[in-house]
Design a protein around this ligand. Structure first.
Ligand code: NDP
Ligand code: GDR
Length: 330
């Protein structure tokens, strides 16, 4: 039985990856940091099948212990301060967690189990300012946020450990991927949750920032398979994972609102609070290398993804509203 250690298992990707690896018969070790209130929402359904290890990315001792306990064949570093907008008000924390702590993870693996295969969650945010369309593995990086800058460090330190210590370390340059488990502050989920609340009469407007930004949005469930495929190859390498399509936030609004028979222009309000100090205007990935070498392809289209998210949010918001009504009457 193979074993895998996942850092960031309580997040969107970690939960899908854990499901995927459990299905493949892996023993899955999930590293989670201490929080004052439990945040098992994404992994509640598989919580009992996971071996839990306490650890924080900023604490090398805990990472060494996590690798020692799990003795993993594969290590997936998905943990990060992952919200781009939060990286301006918290640039140092973002640098510590999203950049420098990648070295902590790599050091823990190098010290305890250097033969383990390592996956680093790199990001299309590293491309930032448009230098080339579409973006591929060789496109120069020009990050536009403290988060993007931090991810560039994480990417290059992973490449460096591969070249310096002959470690099987891969960096997946993943474009935006979403799901019903996406954090509520990210634009897709903010929109699908907003659509559900407006449809159910619980909210009457949706406040957003830049509607012209364009992103290459895929489904998280498809993308975790690519992470695993990267670690099954004969040689470690870096791969772009994307849908090769781009859509603006405005198009996202059209798809989500029209699905429930509403017109987004009646509800969306532009709020300067959500406009970023520097923007990434256009992302569209060329993932031909992954298609050819990994045999990877996306299964869920943009429209299917957004409709799936609206459906799930409608169910959840309805259930929450019912619960609140019962509580109010009792
Ligand atoms: P989430 O924000 O949903 O999950 C992040 C995870 O990191 C959570 O489990 C969080 O734990 C954990 N974490 C944060 N700080 C620490 C810390 N100091 N020590 C240990 N764990 C920590 O992100 P996603 O699942 O969306 O993304 C996974 C990774 O992929 C991230 O690195 C992200 O930057 C990267 N990425 C994501 C893309 C996307 O579109 N989703 C695209 C490209 C890259 P807790 O629950 O306790 O907060
Ligand atoms: P992103 O995702 O920054 O691409 O990072 P996000 O969904 O936050 O923003 C996408 C685009 O939408 C615009 N936007 C808004 N965004 C948010 N969050 N809220 C708003 O109200 C709003 N209005 C407009 C943004 O300006 C932006 O252009 C995600 C994260 O998952 C990263 O961790 C990951 O590395 C990248 O995707 C690839």
């Amino acid at each position: 039985m193979k074993s895998a250690l996942i850092a960031g298992i309580t997040g969107q990707d970690g939960s899908y990856l854990a499901e995927f690896l459990l299905d493949k018969g892996y023993k899955v070790y999930g590293m989670r940091r201490r929080t004052s209130t439990p945040n098992y929402e994404n992994v509640q359904h598989i919580k009992d099948q996971i071996e839990w290890i306490s650890g924080d990315l900023t604490d090398l001792a805990s990472l060494i212990e996590a690798v020692r306990i799990s003795d993993p064949d594969e290590v997936y570093n998905l943990a990060a301060q992952s919200y781009v907008a939060a990286s301006w008000p918290q640039p140092i924390l973002t640098g510590n967690i999203t950049a420098l702590s990648v070295t902590n993870m790599l050091e823990a693996v190098r010290i305890v189990k250097p033969t383990a295969r390592f996956y680093q969650a790199s990001s299309s945010e590293m491309f930032g300012k448009v230098m080339e369309i579409p973006q591929k593995e060789t496109t120069p990086f020009y990050p536009r946020s403290p988060y993007g800058v931090a991810k560039v460090y994480g990417h290059w330190i992973t490449v460096n450990y591969r070249e310096s210590f002959d470690m099987f370390a891969c960096s997946g340059i993943l474009f935006n991927h979403e799901s019903p488990r996406r954090g509520l502050e990210f634009v897709t989920r903010k929109v699908t949750d907003g659509v559900a609340r407006i449809k159910l009469g619980l909210q009457n407007e949706l406040r957003l920032g830049n509607l012209d930004a364009q992103r290459d949005w895929g489904f998280a469930g498809d993308y975790v398979k690519a992470m695993w495929l990267m670690l099954q190859q004969n040689e470690p390498d870096d791969y772009v994972i994307s849908t090769e399509e781009t859509h603006s936030v405005r198009e996202l609004l059209e798809v989500a609102f029209s699905y429930v028979g509403l017109n987004y222009t009646d509800y969306v309000v532009i709020d300067p609070k959500f406009v970023r100090p520097a923007e990434v205007d256009l992302l569209i990935g060329d993932c031909s290398k992954a298609k050819k070498k990994l045999g990877w392809k996306q299964e869920v289209s943009f429209v299917q993804l957004i409709r799936m998210m609206v459906d799930e949010d409608l169910k959840r918001v309805q259930a929450e509203a019912r619960y609140m009504n019962v509580m109010a009457l009792s």
